[in-house]
Design a protein around this ligand. Sequence first.
Ligand code: MN
Length: 206
Amino acid sequence: MPTNGQFQLMELPYEPNALAPVISAETLSFHHGKHLQTYINNLNALLPGSRFEGLSLEDIVRTADGGVFNNAGQILNHNLYFSQFRAPQENNQPVGRLAVAIEAQFAAEAADGQTAFDAFRAAFEKAGTTLFGSGWVWLSADADSQLEISQEPNASNPITRGRTPLLTFDVWEHAYYLDYQNRRPAHLSALWSIINWEEVERRYVG
Ligand code: MN
């Protein structure tokens, strides 16, 4: 539910330079401070007097279309995106029940010498590099905790299909252009070192 009828910019759970060199402080200042703030301003301007006034962000995304959906979806997506990171770590791996589920679902796709997580990571990156135009790659779970990787165009989120969103890569150019220019695959490949897997696990176990 928005505070005072208005959605607010989320606070980053780390310092602006904490994710460098994977995501620079400059990229964060534009992406979080400008792009996300604009979606919030747009949604706050659209809500008064509409049937969405007073609804949670999730309920707006589940039921809206057009400009309300686009701006609410982008707020929800970015809130989940920015809160899934932490400072770079070597050999950064999933934990808990999510690690078990990735092992169970992706082991069969692993080539010789690859782990199930390697196979998952390759499939997720491929979904990101082959998504045409702007959008998001998602890992989500259904009611039976089954995992799925999906390409979602523009502002979309697997919550619209009744799934729980777990992990996402933003492939809009504004997410990486200052640091990587056109090199989207290099950006996606670098993101694995800053994933906060404890946070992703919390989303998975509910
Ligand atoms: Mn973005």
